[in-house]
Design a protein around this ligand. Structure first.
Ligand SMILES: Nc1ncnc2c1ncn2[C@@H]1O[C@H](COP(=O)(O)OP(=O)(O)OP(=O)(O)O)[C@@H](O)[C@H]1O
Ligand SMILES: [Mg+2]
Length: 229
């Protein structure tokens, strides 16, 4: 006889497997898509952020000149989402054919491509918050510089950030929320941090972060916390 607890565990396991499969499929699809835009002229492929990225990449290789992609628009227009696509495109293209670096003990692990992509959740935890117009609104601007070697391989990247909306740390409108990181910490997913910071798991204990909402429907704070960590 299966107990109630067993049934729950099976459902939870299935849920996790589904999620993993979904992620893997999405990643494969994206890599395939990136390849179809590789080296095409803008009129040869349907309009796509990958096409813009590839044009910049090809111009850089042929003209030997720095290229910029300016991503602008009102709140919720898709700047953050598209910036991630651009970075992912460069990471996918620059990793094609290249061999992965051997892991060095004591150094940060993962290829440079992975490291650049993995920087995002951390930046967003400290710089994004729910606003009336966007559940994941960036309250900062960023200047991302990606350096390539002479053969077009990624060599390094740095990100400059500016203009954090400081007032949000102490005040939020009723339909808004402070920076994600506060609520991620208070999920209690990392008990050692609760202890080190001497905080509770109830945001309402802290008026500074609970003047507005404390949960966002479209955001799973525990999952985001794992990505940040
Ligand atoms: N190309 C797209 N296709 C479908 N949905 C999109 C697309 N671009 C953006 N969105 C949706 O719009 C939401 C807001 O996008 P995003 O966070 O990129 O906006 P933003 O321009 O960075 O805004 P802000 O200035 O507030 O930071 C995303 O969470 C996503 O759900
Ligand atoms: Mg944004």
């Amino acid at each position: 006889m299966q107990t109630e607890e067993d049934k729950k565990n099976v459902v939870r396991l299935q849920d996790l497997v589904d999620k993993l499969q979904f992620k893997v499929k999405a990643y494969k699809r994206q890599a395939e898509e990136a390849v179809t835009y590789r080296g095409k002229k803008r009129i040869e492929a349907p309009p796509h952020i990958f096409s813009i990225s590839d044009n910049a990449y090809q111009f850089m290789l042929t003209d030997r000149e720095n290229q910029s992609v300016l991503i602008t628009g009102e709140s919720g227009a898709g700047k953050t989402v598209n910036t991630k696509r651009v970075i992912q495109y460069f990471a996918t293209i620059a990793a094609l054919g290249g061999k992965k670096a051997e892991p060095t003990p004591g150094k940060m692990q993962g290829s440079l491509e992975d490291q650049i992509v993995a920087a995002n959740p951390l930046l967003e935890a400290y710089g994004n918050a729910k606003t009336v117009r966007n559940d994941n609104s960036s309250r900062f601007g960023k200047f991302i510089r990606i350096h390539f070697g002479t053969t077009g391989k990624l060599s390094s990247a740095d990100i400059e950030t500016y203009l954090l909306e400081k007032s949000r740390v102490t005040f939020q409108l009723s339909a808004e929320r402070s920076y994600h990181i506060f609520y991620q910490l208070m999920t209690g997913h990392k008990p050692e941090l609760l202890e080190a910071l001497l905080i509770t798991t109830n945001p309402y204990d802290y008026p500074m972060v609970s003047q507005g909402e404390i949960t966002v429907k479209s955001i799973n704070d525990v999952e985001e916390f794992i990505a940040t960590d």
